[in-house]
Structures are given as C-alpha cells and as structure tokens.
Design a protein around this ligand. Structure first.
Ligand code: BES
Ligand code: ZN
Ligand code: ZN
Length: 501
C-alpha cells in the first residue's frame, strides 16, 4: 500500500473513500469533518441526529458522497472521549475505518489527520500512528487459504493524508515513513509467529535470519549444534534433546556507531513449538504453542526495523531456537545441566524450557558485554494470569531502563507493567544438589522465572526481561490486532534503540 500526503481541499480530493472523524458525544461536527458535512448538506449531522452514530471509539458510519464532493463515499470513525484521546486512538480509528473501507472494496482512501485540531499531537507522530494503524489493522495471514475471501477485489492500494497546511507536509511524510517501517517490521514478526510449526522450525528461523543478513548494515552469524556444543551451552542443548530438529543459535549485529563500544543486546526465546517435553502439556494448553518463538520473532522484527531506520547506535540481536519435544532422547526430570557461564541447573519440569535456552543466550550476551540487555520471552502462564493480554510483564534491575521502556511503550501503544524481582523470591528455585532448579512453587511464577534469568546476566548489566506470554499472541481480536501474533516488542524496542545514547 502506498502512503502519502495531499495538500488539497478536503471536499475536492478524489478517492473511493474519505475518512473523517467524530469525538464521542459531539453533536455538531467541526474541523475537517464539519467542512465535509457542510459540503454534503448536513448528511453527517443527520446521521448523528438520528443516533445512527455517536462517535463511540472505533465505531464507523458511512454516508454517500452523492457527487457533491470528490470522494465516492465517506466513512466517519469514532475517536471516543476527547479527554482520553491519544496516539493509540489514532491507530485504532485508522485501523477500524480502513477495514471498513476495505470491506467496501475501496482502492484509494484519503484520511484527515485525526485530532489535528484539538488533540494536541505533533503532525509527525499522528502521521506515524496513521501508518501504523493502517498497516497493523489491515494485516492478514491467509497464505494457506486456497480460496481467499478477499482476493484482489478487497485490497486498498493507496492511502493519503489530506492536510491543507503545507507547513506540515514534511513532518507528515517523515512520520508516515517511520510508521510504515515500524509497522512492516512488526508485521514481519507476526508472519513468523503465525507460521505453523511444521513450516517454521529452528532451521526456518535461522533461514529467515540469514535472509536479514543480506542487508548491508546487518551481520548475521548462525551457530549449528556442533558449534553450540563447543560453546558449552548445555542448558540450551538439553531442551533440544527430545527433538528430531536441530537447534540454532543466531546473532545479528548492527553497528550504527562503530566508534562507540556500548552495544545494546536484545535476546529472544525461540521455541518454535512447546509441547512441554516429558512434562507434557495438556492438548488445550498446546493449542497456541507455535507462538512460543514470539520473542525471537520480535528480535528479528526489531533488527529489521533498526536496519531500515539506521539510528546511530549499536544493537546486537541474540536468539536461541529449538522446539521442545518429548522424543526418546528427551531430557529427564532430575537431569542436571551446566549452562555456559558454569552455573548448574536441576531440571524439575521440562516445560519450563524458556529460561533454560535463555540462560545460555543471556550468558553469551553478558560475555560479549552487551549493555543494556533486554530479553523478550513468552515465558510464563503466571504472567498471563497476572496481566492478561493488555500489558507485558516488565522485570528489571535498573529504574532508568524501566522508564525508557515504559516511555517507548507509551509512544507505540505497547503497554508494560513492572513486576518485582526482590531477592527473597529466589528461595523458590533453590535446590540442595545444584545451583538452582528450573521451577519454583505455585507462587509468583513470573517473578521466580525472571530471577532465574537474572543469574545469567553480568554483575553490572542493566537488564530488563519482558514476559510477553499474554501479549504476543491473541486468541480473539483486540484493538487494531486480529487473532494471532501481535508483533509486540518490535515497535517499542526499535523506538527505544532510536534514543538509546
Ligand atoms: N511457553 C510457556 C509459557 C506460556 C504459557 C506462554 C501460556 C504463552 C501462553 C512456558 O514454556 C511454560 O510452559 N511455562 C510454564 C512454567 C512452569 C512449568 C513453571 C508455565 O507457565 O506453566
Ligand atoms: Zn514450556
Ligand atoms: Zn515455552
């Protein structure tokens, strides 16, 4: 889809669908919506008066252009309550109105800048949110559907922002470009998450990473099983023992500030299918476990975005990937493995495999002195119980890093909630016969998992762990996301990287 800006009178602009808006409860449309309403002889005001449309957040109504304006039809989208308006409302309004336009078989769509008058938002930010809302909202994963419901007949080719003020067009163009880059990278992560596990195993992820390595500014290294053995990553290898598929360890380097030593590390859990291993999951819990590589997908998506945006910072992406299967060679309950940093782990539940592969990935990152290190993992059901699907669990040893992540999240509409890592909680993963065990008791499961990970970072590493178990994959649509992978983390971490130094 082509995204651009037009400086034209809104009533003349030619398109299949024109998108205007209304705040909740507003009776007389103002701003650009008011101008269009006037040109249409009060058609929008009439829909409001008839209570067919109230401006409720995310709802839409359609009126015909009747030849009185350049647009064939007009979609009015509700922005919700004016006092609650923010960039994420712009994303939602854009997503909802464009889905409506797509269903109306529109090819060319023009939108106004939502909230430009009263919203108090910067034009570049609004434009970025419009691009994100459009691309994230229209996303579909239908490559395996033989008879597609929406063939070429339901595909929007171009979206223009109509803004009469020429002083804003440069900012709008810049915003559109950034929003498009962020959203396309998130959608790339979503594609990976949505791929079935028979198509995308560890080798599949590695292949994808290798493809990214063709970019001029990314260098990718892929370590095979033999090399992983040589690196003594026994915790990681233990998880792979029950599988017929080889594991891979992947690193992706971006050096936008070659003279600076400081390099941020982003580390992803890449379990391409989590059966639980010998601690086999019940079938219902396995249902969504192809998404257990969402952390790895987020790392690939973030590196993709960073490579395109090209900020002057250094970032290394790190992925440990395998499936977790209960084959004949599977690791046993009671096994003790030694991670690459020398620490020993007693395996008490093979379904707590994420922390095992991350142990070695974090130890590698610490050894390379990556700092800060941010890991993303669909790590615990406990985090889903605590926070549901709206907020990602955030654990960190550094208040400043927490603020930065929260701020980046507020910009992108990806929400985080900090949970504790007080050292007392570590008692739950103590054992007499190794340095730690890989599960705690029923209490504070997301926290004990985080504290386990903390054992593998450096003494001085600023570290954050994002438990995306609830936010990475949706079983029903939510906001501008359809069912399936969300790509959570990509837009936040790419945004964070842009103002790292
Ligand atoms: N991949 C799961 C966590 C998960 C659960 C992700 C639900 C997404 C949705 C992880 O490997 C796991 O199985 N964790 C166990 C840990 C337990 C055995 C300590 C869990 O949370 O039940
Ligand atoms: Zn598991
Ligand atoms: Zn898992």
């Amino acid at each position: 889809m082509k995204l651009s800006v037009k400086t034209q009178d809104i009533t003349n602009v030619k398109c299949d669908v024109l998108i205007v808006n209304l705040f909740d409860g507003v009776k007389t449309p103002g701003g650009a919506t008011g101008v269009v309403d006037k040109a249409l002889g009060g058609a929008i005001a009439k829909v409001i008066k008839n209570k067919e449309f109230t401006g409720k957040k995310g709802t839409t109504a359609v009126v015909d252009g009747t030849g009185k304006i350049g647009a064939g039809r007009v979609v009015i989208v509700g922005l919700g309550k004016q006092e609650e308006f923010d960039l994420d409302c712009v994303r939602l309004a854009t997503a909802k109105s464009l889905c409506k336009a797509r269903a109306m078989k529109a090819k060319s769509v023009v939108t106004i800048m939502h909230g430009a008058g009263t919203g108090g938002l910067y034009p570049a930010d609004t434009a970025a949110a419009i691009a994100e809302g459009a691309l994230l909202g229209l996303y579909k994963f239908d490559k395996y559907v033989s008879k597609k419901k929406d063939d070429e007949a339901e595909k929007i080719n171009e979206l223009y922002i109509c803004e009469i003020d020429k002083g804003k067009t440069a900012a709008i163009r810049k915003g559109l470009k950034l929003g498009q880059e962020l959203a396309e990278s998130a959608n790339m992560a979503r594609d990976l998450i949505n791929e079935p596990p028979n198509v995308l195993n560890a080798a599949g992820l590695a292949r994808h990473a290798r493809k990214l390595g063709k970019r001029k500014n990314l260098s990718v290294r892929i370590y095979n099983k033999k090399e992983i053995r040589a690196m003594k990553m026994e915790a990681f290898l233990g998880v792979n023992k029950g599988s017929r598929n080889d594991p891979f360890f992947i690193t992706i380097e971006y050096k936008g500030a070659p003279k600076v030593k400081k390099t941020m590390g982003i580390v992803g859990k890449g379990i391409t299918f989590d059966s639980g291993g010998l601690s086999l999951k019940p079938s219902s819990a396995m249902d969504t476990m192809k998404s257990d590589m969402s952390g790895a997908a987020a790392v690939l998506g973030t590196m993709d975005a960073i490579s395109r945006i090209a900020p002057k910072v250094n970032v290394t992406g790190v992925i440990a990937t395998t499936d977790n299967m209960p084959g004949g060679g599977a690791q046993c309950i009671g096994d003790i493995v030694r991670a690459s940093n020398g620490k020993t782990i007693e395996i008490k539940n093979t379904d707590a495999e994420g922390r095992l592969i991350l142990a070695d990935a974090l130890a590698w990152s610490a050894k390379k002195e990556l700092n800060p290190i941010i890991d993303l993992a669909t790590l615990t059901g406990a985090c889903v119980v605590a926070l549901g699907t709206y907020r990602t669990g955030l654990f960190s040893n550094d208040d400043k890093l927490v603020e930065k992540i929260k701020n980046a999240g507020a910009k992108t509409g990806e929400k985080y909630w900090r949970l504790p890592i007080d050292p007392e909680y570590f008692d739950a993963v103590k054992t007499d016969i190794a340095d730690m065990k890989n599960v705690g008791d029923r209490n504070a499961g997301a926290t004990t998992a985080a504290l386990f990970l903390k054992e593998f970072i450096g003494k001085d590493t600023q570290w954050a762990h994002l438990d995306i178990a609830g936010t990475a994959f949706l079983e029903k649509p939510q906001g501008y996301y359809i069912k399936g992978g969300t790509g959570v983390g990509v837009r936040t971490l790419a945004t964070l990287a842009m103002d790292m130094f």
